[in-house]
Design a protein around this ligand. Structure first.
Ligand SMILES: *Cc1c(COP(=O)(O)O)cnc(C)c1O
Length: 381
């Protein structure tokens, strides 16, 4: 089955009791048993819920995996992966990482004896340099937030494979429509379904997908034991969101490209970060491992003044000033004072998050309105 067909149909059966074509919201905690142990596959909704299960199967199919598991947030999904590790284990991750991932690694799991190395993963030799016999997991995020760096998944996988190291990819920005990490050799795919999978800024949810039976049983054991599951209503909303994932992503890509080129031509704009540009340092990798470049763009202003950036983000009318991304509506953000405010100035500037950096999540509106909106906002200072 091709992607668009899977998005609508994978894992989804008409309800056998009523024929309802849409997966019902099974708002129930428990399930009646005919006799002890004699049930219909569900005993308790932390362990399994039919609405959640339909979504888990659907997301697994989109990622070309065999098993999916959904959690109460993207971070709860990351928490599950980290709980597969033991004290003394080491993890390698990128130095340009989603802030919440960095926070859970450093402030939660480090204290349980897990060691983290943050390296510039756009250069796989940097990864190789910190691998040792304790390395158990490599955590990739690509494209990265907010600098839109691209990491070569296949190269990192090739370093990990013969050493028994697991590779996990945070596929939130690309979505399975643009990038399928399991097909590139990764072991685990993680999503903040809050973003493009849900797609309508109305749910917080996370997901994991794997191919391997043993990894899956470990994930389900932790999902059930730690209990950070998502609810049936939210599962329904994300199932509904995914039905248009392929349509939305096409439009996000088209609009993203148009806005990236528009910004490049604007006088007050300095650098534009978007992996679709040929001069992007890993454009060739993006071309190889992604089927499109998505709707996320960052840019800086000439003069690099924080006041100009603040004026700009306060002046847009179609782009809303907000955290998060991946919804149908366009959002604008200022990483230095919003998503990356907790990182010391010196460190964030090293990563490129300078005072005038602005991040766009380009939505699916009519692109002419988006351009006009940015144009008037660029004229506001
Ligand atoms: C939002 C996000 C997360 C965290 O997901 P939540 O659903 O907010 O917990 C992780 N990784 C990336 C890339 C994200 O954008």
């Amino acid at each position: 089955m091709k992607f668009g067909t899977k998005a609508l149909h994978a894992g989804i059966e008409p309800d056998p009791g009523t024929g309802a074509i849409m997966t019902p919201i099974f708002q129930t905690s428990t399930y009646v048993q005919n006799g002890i142990g004699n049930h219909k596959g569900f005993e308790y909704s932390r362990t399994g819920n039919p609405t959640r299960q339909a979504l888990e199967k659907n997301i697994a199919a989109l990622e070309n995996g065999n098993y999916g598991a959904c959690f109460g947030s993207g971070l709860a999904a990351i928490d599950c992966v980290m709980k597969m590790l033991n004290p003394g284990d080491e993890v390698i991750s990128t130095n340009d990482l989603y802030g919440g991932s960095y926070r859970i690694f450093k402030t939660i799991f480090e204290k349980y004896g897990i060691k983290f190395h943050f390296v510039d993963m756009t250069k796989p030799t940097r990864v190789e340099a910190v691998i040792n016999e304790n390395t158990k997991l490599i955590w990739i995020e690509t494209p990265t937030n907010p600098m839109m760096n691209i990491i070569d998944i296949r190269s990192v996988v090739s370093l990990a494979k013969n050493r028994g190291i697991l590779v996990a990819v945070d596929n939130t920005f690309a979505t399975p429509f643009l990038q399928q990490p399991l097909d590139l050799g990764a072991d685990i795919v993680m999503h903040s379904a809050t973003k493009y999978l849900g797609g309508h800024s109305d749910v917080v949810m996370g997901a994991l997908v794997v191919k391997d039976d043993n990894l899956a049983s470990e994930i389900y054991r932790i999902q059930n034991s730690s209990g950070a599951v998502t609810g049936p209503m939210d599962s329904f909303l994300v199932l509904r969101g995914i039905k248009t994932l392929h349509l939305r992503m096409q439009r996000h890509c088209e609009n993203g490209e148009a806005i990236a080129y528009f910004l490049k031509g604007e006088e007050k704009v300095d650098k534009v970060y978007w992996p679709g540009f040929e001069e992007h340092p890993n454009h060739h990798v993006a071309r190889e491992q992604m089927s499109g470049f998505g709707g996320m763009i960052s840019f800086t202003l000439k003069g690099n003044k924080v006041e100009d950036a603040k004026q700009l983000v306060a002046s847009t009318k179609v782009f809303s000033l907000a955290e998060s991304l991946g919804g149908v509506e366009s959002l604008i953000g200022h990483p230095a004072t919003m998503t990356h405010a907790s990182i010391p100035k010196e460190e964030r500037e090293k990563a490129g998050v300078v005072d005038s950096l602005i991040r766009l999540s380009v939505g699916v509106e009519d692109v002419e309105d988006l351009k006009l909106d940015l144009e008037q906002a660029l004229n506001a200072f």
